[in-house]
Design a protein around this ligand. Structure first.
Ligand SMILES: [Zn+2]
Length: 407
C-alpha cells in the first residue's frame, strides 16, 4: 500500500478519536467578542497543545484586542515540509464561533456536545469545528505515518473569522504567513454531497443613505421638504442606474448577475400626519468581481449630487461594508485540480466550481493572489440552533485533505 492509501486508511480508523476530539473542542466556548463572547483564546491553547503532542512545531500569532480578557486573539500555524519546498498547500479553518442565539430554540445545551444518530450537536460543530477537526487529523495521519507531502502542508487555525477578520486572516496575510504561489483550502462552505467547490465571490457593498429635508405638519407640505419623497426618488434612480450600468452575467455565479437590493429602511415619523424631515435607508449590493467598487461608488455619487441639487435636501451615502473581490481562482489551478481528483477517486464525484454572494475568508486569500477553494461536505446548519456535524463528513473530508496533500 502506498503512503497516501495508508494515511487515508488511518483516518478511516480514527472515527472515534475524531468524534471525541470534536466534542472536546465544542466544550471550549469560543464566541466572538462581536457576539458578546470572550473569544477563542482558550481554544487556541488547546489546539496548540494538541498539535505539539503530535510532534508538530507550532507558530503562534498574537494580535492585540482589548475586548477579550487575555488582551490578544491567537492564531496558529504548523507546517510539514514537502517534496516541493517552494510552496505550501494550506488548510485554513477558524476557531471562533457565533453565539448560540435564542436558547429556547436549542433542544440541548449548545456547549454540551451530544453524539446522536451519527452526528455531533453543539454550537460550532459544523462552523468550523468540522474543518478544524478534519484538518488536524489529516496532518496528524501524514505526520504519524512519516509520509512526505507533495508540497509543504500547512495547517492554520485562525481567530476572528466570524466578524471582520481584523484579528485573524487580515494581519496574518499582512505578515506574509500565506503568500503566492501558496494554495489554500478553506473548509467553511459546501454542499451535502461535497460536489460544490467555491472558487469565486462577488464584491460586497452595503450602503447607508441618509436624506435630510425639513419636517412639517402633513397639511402644509409646501413649508417643509419631504425627506421620504426625495429618498424614494433617489432609491429608484439608483436602482435603475445600477442595473443598467452593470448588467454583466457570469454563469459561474448563482445568481449570475450582480444584485442591487434596497433593503432596510429606518423608522421615521411616528404619525401619519407629519411630513418626515429625515430618511435613512440601506442597499445590499453583491457585485461581480469584474466591476470596480470605486467606479460603482462614483456613479452613485453622480446620482446623489444630482438629486441633492434638484431637491435641496442634504443627502449622504456611506459604504458601511465594502469588499472589493479579486478575480476568481482559475478552474485549472492546482488547488481545484487536487480537490477534483480527490473527489473523483474517493467518492466518484465530479466537482463543480461555483461563485457565491460573498462572505468567506477565501476572498482575502484570493486578493493576495493565493488560489483558494472554499470547500467541505456539510448540510449548512451554521449559525442555526441545534447546529450539528455529521461524523461521516468529519472523517471523509479528512480523507480528501490527505489525498490532496499526498498525491
Ligand atoms: Zn465559519
Amino acid at each position: 500500500m502506498v503512503g497516501s492509501e495508508k494515511a487515508i486508511d488511518w483516518v478511516g480508523n480514527s472515527r472515534d478519536d475524531m468524534t471525541r476530539f470534536l466534542c472536546d473542542l465544542v466544550k471550549i466556548k469560543a464566541v466572538t467578542p462581536d457576539g458578546g463572547g470572550k473569544g477563542e483564546y482558550e481554544r487556541a491553547l488547546f489546539m496548540k497543545k494538541t498539535l505539539e503532542e503530535i510532534g508538530l512545531k507550532v507558530t503562534r500569532y498574537d494580535f492585540p484586542d482589548s475586548r477579550v480578557p487575555e488582551g490578544v486573539r491567537v492564531s496558529l500555524t504548523t507546517l510539514l515540509e514537502g517534496e516541493d519546498k517552494s510552496r505550501t498547500f494550506w488548510l485554513a479553518a477558524h476557531l471562533d464561533t457565533v453565539p448560540e442565539g435564542s436558547r429556547e430554540l436549542w433542544a440541548t445545551d449548545p456547549y454540551v456536545p451530544i453524539v446522536k444518530d451519527g452526528k455531533v450537536f453543539g454550537r460550532g460543530t459544523e462552523d468550523n469545528g468540522q474543518g478544524v477537526c478534519s484538518s488536524l487529523f489529516a496532518i496528524k495521519a501524514i505526520k504519524v505515518l512519516g509520509i512526505k507531502p507533495k508540497m509543504n502542508l500547512g495547517v492554520a487555525f485562525i481567530s476572528d473569522e466570524e466578524f471582520g477578520s481584523k484579528y485573524g486572516v487580515i494581519p496574518l496575510l499582512e505578515k506574509g504567513v500565506f503568500k503566492a504561489p501558496d494554495i489554500a483550502l478553506v473548509p467553511d462552505y459546501g454542499s451535502p454531497d461535497g460536489s460544490l467547490i467555491e472558487t469565486a465571490e462577488k464584491s460586497i457593498l452595503w450602503l447607508k443613505i441618509t436624506t435630510k429635508g425639513k419636517q412639517v405638519h402633513g397639511s402644509t407640505p409646501e413649508q417643509g421638504l419631504n425627506a421620504r419623497r426625495v429618498a424614494m426618488k433617489l432609491a429608484l434612480e439608483m436602482d435603475t442606474m445600477l442595473h443598467s450600468k452593470y448588467p454583466a452575467k457570469d454563469s459561474l455565479f448563482n445568481p449570475a448577475a450582480s444584485t442591487f437590493e434596497p433593503t432596510k429602511s429606518e423608522a421615521n415619523v411616528e404619525n401619519v400626519n407629519t411630513v418626515p424631515g429625515l430618511d435613512v435607508q440601506f442597499f445590499d449590493c453583491r457585485i461581480l468581481p469584474q466591476y470596480l467598487l470605486d467606479e460603482v461608488m462614483s456613479q452613485i455619487e453622480s446620482v446623489r449630487a444630482k438629486l441633492q441639487k434638484e431637491t435641496g435636501a442634504t443627502i449622504t451615502v456611506e459604504a458601511i461594508q465594502r469588499e472589493q473581490n479579486a478575480n476568481p481562482t482559475p478552474t485549472d489551478s492546482p488547488i481545484v485540480q487536487k480537490l477534483r481528483n480527490a473527489l473523483k477517486e474517493l467518492r466518484g464525484l465530479d466537482g463543480q466550481t461555483m461563485g457565491i454572494g460573498g462572505g468567506t475568508v477565501g476572498a482575502y486569500f484570493r486578493r493576495r493572489g493565493i488560489h483558494t477553494a472554499v470547500w467541505s461536505t456539510l448540510d449548512d446548519v451554521a449559525h442555526q440552533p441545534n447546529e450539528y456535524c455529521k461524523i461521516e463528513n468529519l472523517v471523509n473530508d479528512a480523507k480528501v485533505f490527505v489525498h490532496m496533500a499526498t498525491s
